[in-house]
Ligand binder design. Structure first.
Ligand code: GDP
Ligand code: GDP
Length: 464
């Protein structure tokens, strides 16, 4: 199924560049000079396993005549009318301009589904411009680089739930299954705090990763049910299909893992290498990552690398020790696993460790609960007032150091985003704040706000 995406925004922010990237051919004209007259153009786009129609509205002239605003409005409205989703592009390096505000205003009133993308944000460029884009009131800005292809995974993750929702909103054909949650589909689109909960229209995106033979396909098959067994090539799963939608104990999920869905019989070196790359790709598309270990050989190099990657990418993580049915001395083994986990993956401190048997299905309820909890925490937003109360208590019980006699003051704290939770602390002399103090705060946040299984990002900004 498909949808239409309109790329809108003022001239020169990179709309055509993005269009070209999504369409994959050099169809649209890219020009450094604002002022090339273009009209709406359409292309068939693909991103991951999504297929959709993209409209490039880069048809604006920066002419100095007074009808510019009128033309901007007309063109944008045309694109908006033809599209299911609007991708509103700004230039992260330039920050938010008056023209951007003007567009935002149109979009707020006209379009149901809007995604804001701060472009030209390759590397660490444009961080503050992207931050400013929060102020447009259109939700969390994605940081992308159309030219360098960065942030396309975030764009994918923003599009999937909308695509699913648009699908659910379409009039159902006669005799179609109708078990979609219409109450949810009717809900306003956007940034409501409760908006992320898995529903029929918005499944939780899960990746199961791990070394070959850890039991990934067995687990996924167990989750989706024996009747839909996908291990053989005859099942017709192609390299292209990177996800499968299912219902895991009442929670709609989209599970990623090409490797696990391919035939396992001949695990040649080549396939093994591919499966690692697939694993990494699956992580990019996922919200929650299950790192599946073979309990007989847990925490091998490959497991550690992939778990570390999931953390770096900011995904919620659940570690599952599989083949638990083979274990005789379970209590002893569990202690051993916990100890290795703490030692080898300190960056995943607090992530849940569950034991499962993909073969028998034992422990799948624990896995399900851990995944839901990690997803909830990953999406959690803590009110600013509570954060500042907490910050006050933390600095009181353990004040920051005073390098050279000048005390570092942590003045104010707020959460700037979710998925994963990220916070900014405004402070003095932030460059002098020791890592140990930063860890004290992160660990404190995790413990006091009960946030296991998610990376927590903490940034410090100098203020007076
Ligand atoms: P449009 O008018 O919005 O369609 O913008 P274009 O796609 O024509 O891009 C305008 C200019 O910005 C061109 O010089 C592009 O090469 C440049 N550009 C587009 N995307 C990026 C990006 O991600 N990073 C950087 N640094 N430049 C970009
Ligand atoms: P993948 O390469 O990670 O997809 O692993 P597979 O799902 O193909 O499983 C590899 C082998 O481990 C197969 O022989 C499975 O039958 C076996 N296996 C998977 N899960 C379990 C389990 O929970 N218990 C036991 N005893 N064997 C398992």
């Amino acid at each position: 199924m498909t949808f239409t995406l309109a790329i809108v925004g003022r001239p020169n922010v990179g709309k055509s560049t993005l269009f070209n990237r999504l369409v994959g051919k050099r169809l649209a004209l890219v020009d450094d000079q604002p002022g090339v007259t273009r009209d709406l153009r359409e292309g068939a786009a693909r991103l991951g396993d999504l297929r959709f129609v993209v409209i490039d509205s880069a048809g604006l002239e920066m002419a100095d005549d007074d009808s510019l605003q009128g033309r901007m409005r007309r063109l944008t409205e045309r694109a908006v009318n033809e599209a299911d989703i609007c991708l509103f592009v700004i230039d992260a390096r330039a920050g938010v301009t008056a023209a951007d505000e003007y567009f935002a205003d149109i979009l707020r009133r006209r379009s149901k589904h809007v995604i804001v993308a701060a472009n030209k944000a390759e590397g660490r460029a444009g961080e503050s411009g992207a931050m400013e884009a929060w102020g447009l009131g259109l939700g969390e800005p994605l940081r992308i680089s159309a030219e360098h292809g960065e942030g396309m995974d975030d764009l994918y993750r923003a599009l999937v739930p909308l695509s699913d929702r648009i699908e659910a909103e379409r009039p159902a054909p006669v005799a179609a299954e109708t078990d979609v949650d219409l109450s949810d589909a009717d809900a306003e689109s956007g940034e409501g705090a409760e908006d992320w909960r898995p529903s029929a229209a918005r499944p939780l995106q899960l990746a199961v990763i791990g070394r070959p033979n850890a039991g990934k396909s067995t687990l996924i098959n167990k989750i989706i049910g024996e009747d839909r067994l996908l291990t053989g090539p005859e099942a017709g799963i192609t390299r292209d299909s990177i996800s499968v939608s299912t219902d895991f104990m009442g929670t709609p999920m989209r599970i990623f893992d090409t490797a696990g869905m391919r035939k396992k019989a001949k695990v040649t070196d080549k396939v093994e290498k591919l499966s690692v790359a697939d694993g990494l790709r699956a992580v990019r598309f996922a919200e929650v990552v299950v790192v599946l270990l073979d309990v007989a050989i847990p925490f091998e190099q490959q497991d550690l690398r992939i778990a570390d990657f999931a953390e770096t990418e900011g995904r919620a993580v659940v570690v599952a020790a599989n083949k638990w049915d083979l274990e005789d001395d379970k209590p002893h083994k569990l202690n051993e696993l916990r100890a290795s986990f703490e030692k080898l993956l300190p960056q995943l401190k607090g992530a849940p460790l569950v034991t499962v048997s993909a073969r028998t299905g034992k422990g799948l309820d624990r896995l399900h609960a851990a995944v839901l909890k990690a997803h909830e925490v990953w999406n959690r937003r803590i009110p600013t007032a509570r954060l500042n109360q907490w910050l006050g208590a933390m600095t009181e019980s353990h004040p920051p150091p005073a390098p050279g006699g000048r005390r570092i003051r942590l003045r104010y704290m707020t959460q700037i985003k979710t998925r994963p939770p990220a916070f900014i602390v405004k402070a003095t002399h932030t460059d002098k704040l020791p890592d140990s103090y930063q860890r004290y705060l992160v660990n404190g946040l995790r413990a006091d706000f009960d946030m296991p299984g998610t990376p927590i990002r903490l940034f410090f900004r100098d203020q007076g």
